[in-house]
Design a protein around this ligand. Structure first.
Ligand code: UT7
Length: 309
């Protein structure tokens, strides 16, 4: 087998921590409701930091953990639905700030909450075709810029953060992926104008609780693996109940499902990368471990990948 192999991860969060009680300054809500319905205890907002600031911090840590100099990176993909501006991209600015060479390929990729999976699929293609030797994939979001702070059903869900991963091509690497789209432009919609984000919560919830286990089963089947072969399941951190429901349907051991939604809320394209960064920080990731990641979100889209560290 051959494919993308991750060599290092990084994570960053917005500088202001807002607890559930802190959300009462915006809407009529309470800590008990938010915990019971979502598993979220707090979120981080980037008040002064830009999306690019978050992405750069996560990338710096990923490069350090991968023992890789920024100049060795051939492509930087920043997965985001909340760029600081339309152009130049977050990836353009981040590459310059990180000190990447002039020949670097940079792009922002908008796959909403499936973004990081889309980014890894793109990175794998760039690596497998030998277009690039090393690719840096970041998921970075400043959702506080687009959430409607008067809508209590959505504003309590989201947070700002970033995660990043350095990837290389390995002849003994394992990388299998899939993606899907069931078009629905109203279930999770974000306009260019304020207030921007609206969501049909139960529509997305039902989509997620069926698609996350379905995509996991499909990716395992395509890889000739079973759930027992997998060390970690990292699902998009949108709602703890969605993660637990998927784990239950798949018969997974709870300790194999990484969760950090309590601390960060839903950080969209950042969430899986941020989780991987935190797992590395906590020394949970070991060479040879196999990981399944599944993202889902606006579109409605989903994407899954299995890889070996
Ligand atoms: O990455 C993007 C993916 N997005 C998702 O995965 C979101 C998926 N959806 C969900 O996680 C859930 O639909 C929510 C957590 C967003 C909402 O849970 P729900 O069980 O669908 O609740 P609901 O919207 O039906 O609201 C139930 C009740 C309502 O009151 P009534 O009408 O029953 O009296 C709401 O007004 O809860 C009320 N409510 C709140 N109460 C306190 C809604 N938001 C709040 C709040 N605090 N923040």
């Amino acid at each position: 087998m051959a494919g993308l192999k991750f060599t290092g991860f990084g994570a960053a969060a917005g500088e202001v921590t807002v607890t559930n009680d802190g959300m009462k300054q915006y809407v009529d809500t309470n800590d008990a409701w938010i915990r019971r319905k979502t598993g979220i205890h707090q979120r981080h907002f980037a008040v002064k930091q830009t999306n690019c600031d978050l992405a750069v911090r996560a990338c710096e840590t990923a490069l350090k953990n991968a023992k890789t100099d920024a100049s060795e990176i051939d492509a930087l993909i920043v997965c985001t639905a909340t760029p600081d501006r339309t152009t130049p991209s977050v990836a353009n600015e981040a590459a310059a700030r990180l000190g990447m060479g002039e020949r670097v390929l940079t792009m922002d990729l908008n796959g909403a909450c499936s973004g990081f999976i889309y980014g890894c699929i793109t990175a794998n293609a760039l690596l497998a075709s030998h277009t690039c030797r090393k690719v840096l994939i970041a998921g970075s979001e400043r959702l506080s810029q687009v959430i409607n702070m008067k809508d209590r059903t959505t504003c309590i869900l989201f947070g700002d953060g970033a995660g990043a991963a350095v990837a290389e091509y390995s002849e003994d690497g394992l990388f299998q992926s899939l993606s899907g789209l069931i078009y629905n432009d109203q279930a999770l919609y974000c306009s260019r104008f304020n207030p921007a984000l609206s969501m049909q919560g139960q529509e997305v919830y039902h989509f997620a609780v069926s698609k996350v286990p379905e995509a996991t089963e499909a990716i395992l089947k395509e890889s000739n693996l079973t759930t027992d072969d997998i060390d970690w399941f990292v699902f998009h951190q949108a709602n703890e109940r969605i993660i637990d429901s998927a784990a239950h349907k798949l018969g997974l051991k709870k300790e194999k499902c990484f969760k950090n939604i309590a601390e960060y809320g839903n950080t969209s394209a950042a969430s899986i990368a941020l989780a991987l960064g935190e797992m590395q920080e906590q020394n949970l990731l070991k060479p040879g471990q196999k990981i399944v990641c599944v993202g889902f979100g606006a579109g409605l889209t989903y994407g899954a990948m299995v890889t070996e560290l």
